[in-house]
Ligand binder design. Structure first.
Ligand code: ZN
Ligand code: CU
Length: 487
């Protein structure tokens, strides 16, 4: 425990909990004092007088959780209470992942899949990153957001035809848009190289754009070209691109997603460790053996089961298995999927052992990849963080609570350059979760995904109580977190 002088008074005192500070250090009994939006002190504060006291006996007091992989770009504007996240203890979301961001958008066509994952045509109304940031700042959400700029968004805004590599002047145009986004605070750049609007981008094109990041201490986050049979070449491409661009890379939702690759996470993690000796690499993972995205025929073969999350043509298919629909319609899985397009699905395409091995890797951070606009969403949207703490830490004992929390707080803030977040220390921002370590659990299932977590007692965002005993307080104290080079 670090030494702090105990203040005489503070606004809010969280008394008598087990403090886990987010650095991975062991828990200790202590109090946390908050004044305005910051933590004053952590330790034995029995002589500190407070306006308001939260009794945390029997509870853990931890930094607010950081969801490093989200698609909440539009949700923050339409549902500023952000209940699926706040109810889990999440106080910051990284948005703009997988090459898909709402801004900067200047295309004169409707957003093609997978851009529709985060919102419909009307959602794409921000010609500059700054206009998006200002919209969020004018109507703050309950939690903080740190936005990335997506490559597919830039390509849609710049290119007439997405099925080819960008030409020199198009690359220059995208670089200029990325640069002004970074100047306006974006924390980095993302790709979704497995998706149609991004797939034709060459490594040269990606490296040229990512080259803008260095000056802003920006992050390159990549949904790689392949997570199945070509996993290893996709990893290599990601490492090389980031080295050429001179920036850190975060490998999004790392997984082994095809029968041929099942069981090979030991090798993929070894490749990551080897490359990490020469460059900065992070990775995120969600605690489930099923993924979710738009309906994609190339996922059919690799999946043990596919569940429909939404369909424009057959809305009543949501929540149903593709295999059952194919029986009803007396057709193949491919044909059934074609009838449902456009739509989304949950793909059961991973093995338990791989998920657990990736979760326990010291570099892995927790990211939900939840899809808030899906009508029948994957339960990760509501359950990711309590599932890691309840199922994986308490029940499966994959790691200690301190290690589990580090993966969703201190490590995440450090990797994404979120200053003064992710730790419970004097002068850090007061994003704080108080939870019951014996009760914390995800309650959603694939059948009934939209359930709040058990065991979350209180959540503070920038010093204000945003969630208490199962209900949001209506506060809107979230901020837009910017890269370290913007003021
Ligand atoms: Zn992705
Ligand atoms: Cu994603």
């Amino acid at each position: 425990m670090s030494i702090h002088s105990a203040p005489d008074r503070c606004d809010l005192l969280i008394r008598g909990g087990h403090v886990i500070d987010g650095t991975g250090a062991k828990s200790f009994a202590g109090d946390v004092a908050v004044t305005a939006d910051r933590i004053d002190a952590v330790g034995d504060l029995q002589n500190t007088h407070a306006e308001e006291v939260i009794d945390a006996r029997g509870h853990v007091v931890a930094p607010g959780f950081i969801d490093v992989h989200t698609h909440d770009d539009h949700l923050l504007l339409t549902n500023p209470e952000v209940t699926p996240k706040l109810s889990q203890g999440v106080t910051t979301v990284v948005v703009g992942n997988c090459g898909v961001s709402l801004a900067p958008w200047s295309a004169d066509r409707p957003p093609p899949p997978p851009m529709d994952l985060i919102g419909s045509e009307q959602a794409y109304r921000f010609p500059t990153f700054e206009s998006y940031r200002l919209a969020l700042e004018q109507k703050p959400a309950a939690i903080n957001a740190a936005p990335l700029v997506g490559h597919s968004t830039l390509r849609c805004s710049t290119m007439d035809n997405l099925d080819r590599p960008a030409r020199h002047e198009e690359i220059e145009n995208m670089r200029a848009q990325l640069r002004s986004s970074l100047q306006a605070g974006a924390i980095g750049f993302s790709t979704g190289l497995a998706y149609a609007p991004n797939r034709a981008a060459t490594p040269d094109e990606v490296a040229a754009l990512a080259g803008e990041l260095q000056e802003f201490s920006g992050i390159y986050a990549t949904h790689m070209r392949d997570e199945g049979d070509q996993l290893f070449s996709a990893l290599e491409e990601s490492f090389v691109t980031a080295r050429r661009a001179g920036c850190p890379v975060v490998l999004s939702h790392h997984k082994c997603a095809s029968p041929k690759m099942w069981g090979r996470s030991a090798e993929s993690l070894a490749r990551i460790d080897a490359a990490a000796e020469q460059q900065l690499i992070g990775l995120d993972v969600y605690p489930y053996t099923a993924g979710s995205t738009i309906l994609m025929e190339d996922h059919i073969e690799a999946s043990k089961r596919i569940m429909v999350t939404w369909s424009t043509t057959v809305p009543e298919a949501r929540g149903r298995d593709l295999a059952d629909l194919a029986v009803d319609w007396d057709c193949s899985l491919v044909e059934a999927m074609r009838r449902l397009q456009p739509g989304g699905g949950i793909y059961f395409m991973m093995e338990d052992d791989d998920v657990e091995r990736i979760l326990t890797h010291p570099k892995s951070m927790i990211g939900s990849d939840g899809l808030p606009h899906d009508e029948h969403p994957h339960p990760r949207l509501w359950g990711t963080f309590p599932r890691v703490l309840g199922h994986y830490a308490r029940e499966r004992q994959l790691f200690t609570l301190e290690q589990a929390l580090h993966k969703m707080t201190g490590l995440s803030a450090k990797t994404f350059h979120l200053a003064d977040r992710g730790v419970l220390q004097a002068s850090a921002f007061a994003d704080i979760v108080v939870f019951d370590p014996d009760l914390i659990a995800d309650r959603g299932t694939f059948e009934e995904p939209e359930q709040t977590a058990a065991g979350i007692h209180t959540v503070l965002v920038n010093g204000t109580i945003a969630w208490q005993r199962g209900i949001g307080t209506g506060s809107r104290t979230g901020r837009i977190l910017k890269n370290p080079k913007t003021t």
